[in-house]
Design a binder for this molecule. Structure first.
Ligand code: 1OR
Ligand code: 1OR
Length: 330
């Protein structure tokens, strides 16, 4: 399961888990309560981080290293790690053999370790408000767990028990946080100016902007590359970081009309997401173009507060289209 989907799920049942889990309250709830939290609970300034300070290295065979590099890359939280950051995480990992029936962690305990499953079956149990424990998930010879307590500096959200003998790889909370915070921080710096320059994003609270930045995926296109194809299904929207984009529409008479040229800090691809219709036009890069992509799920989850502004912008499209048609008739 993706981390985003997983966090959403956690948000959904937060109520059932009781108040101690309010660390994952939604931005809207935070706003209503008149308080705001940073995305990460612990104060940490990665710009002041000395790379080599406190680096942990646990020796491994080349095969173990290879397996870990491959598998660390597949964990969503580590998706955007640079090679040296992957090496730091892999170096810091150590083997933790487990036997059938072992409790790897207990709900409510303080967390200090993140785990990757190499082999074995692990059951996840969560107690509800009435203290009734139920099996809510099973890791079957793959996956990773233990990130929530570390990221949000909160008690373990679940109990995890080994159903079979197995092998886990563990990494200490300090290394885990350092790396995850660092990439998140770098991304925030990178997108800060974008966020500040897109007018509609000004309506977002700082917490919401931080979540948005975390969800953006950088993409690069060369001159004339097709970014969006008219008539296809909409999978997300784009913000322009640098370069330009030509919006072209093919009419029923097979004529290509240039609708608009967009540049820095403008966005496109939102229409199909709002209307749930196929892409209304095609989009092509003008020169080397850097974009930030926001997938449909993140768009729906994060841009709710901007929806009025987005819809007003869409209303303008129709007026502009009428003007273009009128101009062509003359
Ligand atoms: P943690 O550090 O809180 C328990 O320690 C770990 O169990 C947790 O991080 C996650 O990595 C993992 N709810 C809470 N924690 C879960 C869940 C879960 N599944 C795995 N973990 N749910 C299951 C979602 C399919 C319930 C969602 C509300
Ligand atoms: P989409 O998801 O439909 C194509 O994918 C994108 O092109 C679309 O979202 C909009 O972001 C953009 N004017 C400006 N931009 C447009 C227009 C448009 N149509 C689509 N996009 N007009 C046409 C309205 C039907 C108005 C003419 C200037």
């Amino acid at each position: 399961m993706g981390v985003a989907a997983f966090l959403l799920c956690v948000l959904g049942v937060r109520q059932a888990l009781g108040d101690q889990y309010e660390y994952l309250s939604s931005p809207k709830e935070d706003r209503q309560k008149g308080r705001r939290k940073s995305v990460f609970a612990e104060s940490y300034d990665p710009s002041k981080d000395d790379e080599d300070l406190g680096k942990v290295v646990h020796p491994k065979t080349p095969e173990e290293k290879e397996w870990l590099i491959e598998n660390v890359r597949n964990i969503t939280l580590f998706e955007h790690l640079a090679n040296d950051q992957t090496t730091t995480v892999v170096d810091a990992m150590y083997k933790r053999p487990v036997s059938e029936g072992d409790f790897v962690m207990k709900q409510g305990d303080k967390g200090s370790t993140f785990y990757i499953v190499q082999t074995g079956i692990f059951d996840v149990y969560v107690k509800d408000a009435e203290n009734v424990e139920s099996l809510i998930h099973t890791y079957d010879n793959k996956g990773s767990f233990g990130e929530l307590a570390l990221l949000y500096n909160q008690p373990r959200a679940a109990t995890i028990v080994a159903r079979t003998d197995g092998q886990l790889w563990a990494v200490d909370g300090h290394t885990f946080r350092r790396i995850v915070h660092k990439i998140t921080y770098q991304k925030r710096i990178m997108y800060e100016s974008l966020i500040n320059n897109v007018p509609m994003l000004k309506t977002l609270e700082p917490y919401e902007r931080a979540n948005l930045v975390d969800a953006l995926i950088p993409m690069t296109f060369k001159h004339n590359d097709e970014i969006i194809k008219q008539g296809t299904e909409g999978d997300g929207m784009y913000f322009i970081i640098s370069g330009g984009v030509r919006i072209m529409m093919r009419t029923i008479n097979n004529r290509d009309i240039l609708l608009k040229e967009l540049s820095n800090s403008e966005y496109f691809g939102e229409l199909a997401l709002v209307t749930d219709k196929p892409r209304a036009a095609s989009a092509f890069a003008i020169g080397d173009t850097h974009l930030a992509f926001l997938d449909r799920e993140a768009f729906e989850r994060l841009l709710g507060p901007c929806m009025d502004v987005i819809k007003r912008h869409i209303d303008n499209y129709n007026e502009q289209l009428l003007e273009i048609e009128r101009a062509q008739e003359q």
